[in-house]
Design a protein around this ligand. Structure first.
Ligand SMILES: C[S@@+](CC[C@H](N)C(=O)[O-])C[C@H]1O[C@@H](n2cnc3c(N)ncnc32)[C@H](O)[C@@H]1O
Length: 262
């Protein structure tokens, strides 16, 4: 059962298409749920009412105003809708996914919305991205969490597949949640991203991953991902071409695996 209250098959990667066996009332119900949820998510964004020298976009999460500064030249300098989807899910599902005092890492944090929302919800967050993105990410995270959060989020470099075990040794780093929004697209590091999920996802770790579907390689990434991880679909939002997944590893990590990785 999905968190939307209707069942999805995790293995059905084209669940956005109506199925031949579905009756029309189910289809209409799905469309209505998608429209209502997408509207609720997108309505969290607002624009500054007065012209100011600082350019920012506003978001309301956890009853506070979050101001996100974007720049224009990099993927990570723009806030993508998947981040709003994941932020919305985290805020509205605290009964099932309570982040308070949990160790959380975000991959490809970009402008930082998910990190900020998770920190406001009480998590100890490690917010990661490529070096070029960290300045703007740190700025947004600091401005929006200072004095508002129990734990100060840590912003740090994590390049997928590069020295991850060295920077995040298993012996000292165990994450309850790995968060990721829109990290799978036409970039050449999909194998490295998979390896990073695989390394960081230990016994007891849950991955919450908002996935924007654009092209075929993204579908095949999900297929490959399912070889290593159990996958549950939490949201299906065809109007945004986004699905939200929960995942956890299939196999128990062996001692050898842990030592090799550390
Ligand atoms: C489409 S953006 C999504 C940003 C943010 N999560 C959001 O939804 O607004 C993809 C993010 O992945 C990061 N990224 C891309 N390749 C990466 C790599 N090899 N290692 C680490 N981060 C990477 C980018 O810098 C960017 O922040």
């Amino acid at each position: 059962m999905s968190c939307l209250g209707h069942a999805f098959s995790p293995s059905d990667m084209d669940a956005r298409q109506p199925k031949a066996t579905e009756d029309s009332s189910t289809k209409q119900g799905d469309v209505a749920v998608d429209a209502e949820l997408a509207k609720a998510i997108m309505s969290r964004r607002f624009h500054p009412s007065a012209i100011s020298p600082e350019t920012w976009e506003g978001y309301i999460f956890s009853d506070v105003e979050i101001r996100i500064k974007e720049s224009t030249d990099l993927y990570g300098a723009v806030l993508w809708p998947s981040a709003m989807v994941l932020g919305h899910f985290l805020e509205t599902n605290q009964d099932k996914f309570n982040l308070a005092h949990k160790n959380v890492i975000e991959l490809g944090a970009g402008t930082g919305l998910v990190t900020i929302v998770s920190s406001l919800l009480g998590a100890k967050v490690t917010s990661t991205d490529l070096p070029d993105v960290l300045g703007n990410l740190q700025y947004n995270v600091t401005c929006n969490t200072k004095g508002r959060c129990k734990y100060i989020p840590v912003v740090t470099e994590l390049i997928w597949g590069q020295n991850v075990a060295e920077h995040f040794p298993c012996a000292t780093h165990h994450f309850d949640y790995i968060l990721a929004a829109d990290v799978v697209y036409a970039h050449p590091y999909l194998n490295e991203l998979m390896d990073t999920f695989d390394y960081l996802c230990q016994d007891g770790t849950q991955i919450l991953w908002a996935m924007r579907f654009r092209l075929d390689p993204e579908n095949s990434f999900v297929d490959r991902f399912q070889q290593h991880f159990h996958l549950e679909e939490l949201y299906d939002l065809p109007s945004l071409s986004i699905k939200l997944y929960r995942a956890w590893r299939k196999d128990k990590r062996t001692k050898d695996h842990k030592e090799a990785a550390a």
